[in-house]
Design a protein around this ligand. Sequence first.
Ligand SMILES: [Zn+2]
Length: 307
Amino acid sequence: MADSPPLPPDTAPDPRHTGARVWARAGGGVHTVGMQLQLAGEAQRPDRESEDFAAASPEALVLLDGSSSPAGMESGCRHGTAWYVRRLGVHLLARLTDRADRSIAECLADAIVETAALHGGRCDLGHPNTPAATVVAARRHGESLEYLVLGDSLLVLEFTDGPPRVIGDNQRFPDGEELRRQVWSTVPGSAERAALHLEYALAVRAARNRGDGPWIAAASPRAAGHAETGFVRLDGLRALAALTDGASRYTERFGLGSWADALRLLAEAGPAELIAQVRAVERADDRCERWPRGKAYDDASAVYALL
Ligand SMILES: [Zn+2]
């Protein structure tokens, strides 16, 4: 990339964040011009590795949110969740870009199998707490955008006409809602919260990827068959955003703006600014009193793509 022109000043990365702006374009013709993309991500705390992952090419994007487990909980894996989301993410991105003959769900299934093999023989992939992640994926496919969402990360589509469409949060766990409310009602940092959080995490792990509970990308390719997938024609689509739940707090939990407002902010100021605004609210309510929530701060990642 040594011969690339420097970024214009207004696209220089904000040094406060680990985000990057990737104004990537592919090809030259009308039908081969790729997406123009911006990505940003920030760990919940500066001293902690982010368990989110986002990556993109002009043709495809992936965004994953690793399922965090309470400290000390065994996983059967010596690699960890941050390792898992990075491997699954890059394998999925490779599949999306070079396997147009496979559906987007098949690409996820293939990437799960590839990532499972990378663990090697010393990890117990049958462990209920094996590393796992929610997934958002999208790619240009002919005249359409093909998408996939599994779990509580979100894909927000902005059309040339009409309101935005939000896809995701499709693996609810109704049996755990009461327990989840109890977790939220406790004092952050208290022993009571830690105990209830552990109880909730165990209940989720006992139920997921079993058939009747929620599905999540982990070690079994079967999960890919439970993702929400579809196609949207590119000629009616202006932009899209992919957000982990740490970033979708902007609209979903904090109500800083509507989805249309979030898309406008992403277009005008970029994903790092959206995350910065979420962080400002979290700092102002770090005891989770005004906005009850499981984590005062969460890993937050966002991808914005102009089509
Ligand atoms: Zn492992």
